[in-house]
Design a protein around this ligand. Structure first.
Ligand code: XUL
Ligand code: CO
Length: 479
């Protein structure tokens, strides 16, 4: 061995010793470098998040960054416990598979339990970390894609076997209270899906996607999942010159029809949810906002079989506010779930940030209250840490601030409803329709001849103020 190599080896050994000493002094964690019992065994009794307590509600004056200031799960607001309004969920793919990589850079996060592989042992260790996280955060739900939680296989059969093994562990770790808010199949990252999954030009890809969804529905059902989601990241086109859009959208409808039939066949009682999105990352997406998705469902006679999963960052990418798409879904009777996140208004792609805007959260909660809640849906944190946030505790802080923001939105929305001046402003704005003629219009009993007679009789209408600034004043004074 050359001298330089010897010195390097010595240096590495020293470093290793120092890190072992640091680890020995610290509370135990399921670190990858512990050649540890926790790698894939049931013997591990240590913690993945040592030093992080169970997160408690301490009220708005608390300065503890590991406590809730606004989310008090058992507190009753407008007749329902906060936890039942929210039904918060942790997204496995961001929280446990997010690495901080982006189109310009490699991963920035190195969680102590990760060994850099996509092995079965790693999948199981991550699953244990997931349930410790969920327990400490105090939520009842989690969401997953098939390929986040278990490694893919050489064949579909092998991939299914991997999934079964990890799902069996998840079932055991879930206990009796925790369950998936929704599960889904990952039909976008593998090259086979480059032309789409249900809308691929290749029938073998359509069949492969169907098989993957079939399996993912089965495991979601087995885990007691409350919903099943379809997000078609690659269902769209780059150019209409080489695309038969009509045929592709028909295929998408065929696919959803088969999924609805299979749901009934296996007795899955949860909702099937379609998640609209304008582009990912370069395609023109077929179900690009709540209205387009609602029209699609109506056109193909699927409106009674599906609801929508509205993601805030997707709504803003389609040029709407999150509130707009939630209201559109609600008014179509389709509001099934919210993927709670936010985008950066200056950055034109899916940044999936944790929602921290209280005004936005209040608007969202006004819709959720009108909807009578979201159950069996909830709020899934489809959100990730910034690339620059690299401490383990950041995972907790991000969820805590997200939960507190939505909780604060609920409190403010309840205040606005109880105060009554905003609903009264809206009621007054439309009160002319409470008249005899207005009621006839609303009952569909006013024909044009009758309306023409009235218009002649009334003469030039007096048009009142919309009082928008007053509405904004009332809204902001409640926050
Ligand atoms: C991607 C996205 C997905 C879906 C599930 O933008 O939101 O994670 O929620 O596939
Ligand atoms: Co989403």
């Amino acid at each position: 061995m050359m001298e330089a190599q010897k010195i390097l080896l010595l240096l590495l050994l020293c470093l290793n010793l120092v890190s072992s000493l640091v680890i020995a002094g610290a509370p135990p964690t399921c670190a990858a470098n512990l050649d540890s019992k926790c790698a894939d065994s049931d013997e591990w009794k240590g913690e993945f998040f040592p030093g992080i307590p169970k997160i408690k509600y301490e009220g708005p004056s608390s300065k503890n960054h590991l406590a809730f200031k606004w989310y008090n799960p058992e507190e009753v607001i407008l007749g329902k416990k906060m936890k039942d309004w929210m039904r918060f969920s942790v997204a496995f793919w961001h929280t446990f598979r997010g690495t901080g990589s982006d189109p310009f850079g490699v991963p920035t996060k190195s969680w102590p339990w990760e060994d850099g592989t996509n092995s079965m042992a790693m999948a199981k260790r991550r699953m244990r970390a997931n349930f410790e996280f969920i327990d400490k955060l105090g939520v009842d739900f989690w969401c997953f894609h098939d390929r986040d939680i278990a490694p893919d296989g050489e064949t579909l059969k092998e991939a299914n076997a991997n999934l079964d093994e990890v799902v069996a562990l998840a079932k055991e770790l879930q206990g009796t209270k925790v369950r998936p808010l929704w599960g889904t199949a990952q039909l976008f990252s593998h090259p086979r899906y480059m032309h789409g999954a249900a809308t691929s030009s290749e029938v073998a890809v359509y069949a492969y996607a169907a098989a993957q969804v079939k399996k993912a529905m089965e495991v979601t059902h087995y885990l007691g999942g409350e919903n099943y989601v379809f997000w078609g990241g690659r269902e769209g086109y780059q150019s209409l010159l080489n695309t038969d859009m009509g045929r592709e959208i028909d295929h998408m409808a065929n696919f959803f029809e088969s999924a609805a039939a299979y749901k009934k066949k296996i007795g899955f009682k949860g909702n099937l949810l379609i998640e609209p999105k304008p582009q990912e990352p370069t395609k023109h997406q077929y179900d690009w906002d709540a209205a387009t998705a609602a029209n699609f469902l109506r056109k193909y006679g699927l409106i009674n079989d599906f609801k929508l999963n509205i993601e805030c960052n997707h709504a803003t990418l389609s040029g709407h506010s999150c509130h707009h798409d939630i209201e559109t879904a609600r008014l179509n009777g389709l509001l099934g779930n919210i993927d709670a996140n936010t985008g950066d208004p200056q950055v034109g792609w899916d940044t999936d940030q944790f929602l921290t805007d209280i005004g936005e959260a209040t608007l969202i909660m006004l819709s959720v209250i009108k909807n009578g809640g979201l159950a069996p849906g909830g709020f899934n944190f489809d959100a990730k840490l910034r690339r620059e946030s690299t401490d383990v505790e950041d995972l907790f802080i991000a969820h805590i601030v997200g939960m507190d923001t939505v909780a604060r939105g609920l409190r403010t929305a309840a205040k606005l409803i109880e105060d009554g001046s905003l609903p009264e402003l809206v009621r007054k704005r439309y009160q002319s329709f409470d008249s005899e003629i207005g009621q006839k219009i609303e009952a569909g009993k006013a024909d044009f001849e009758m309306l023409e007679k009235k218009a002649m009789e009334w003469g030039e209408p007096k048009v009142p103020s919309a009082k928008q600034e007053l509405a904004e004043m009332i809204f902001q004074s409640a926050i």
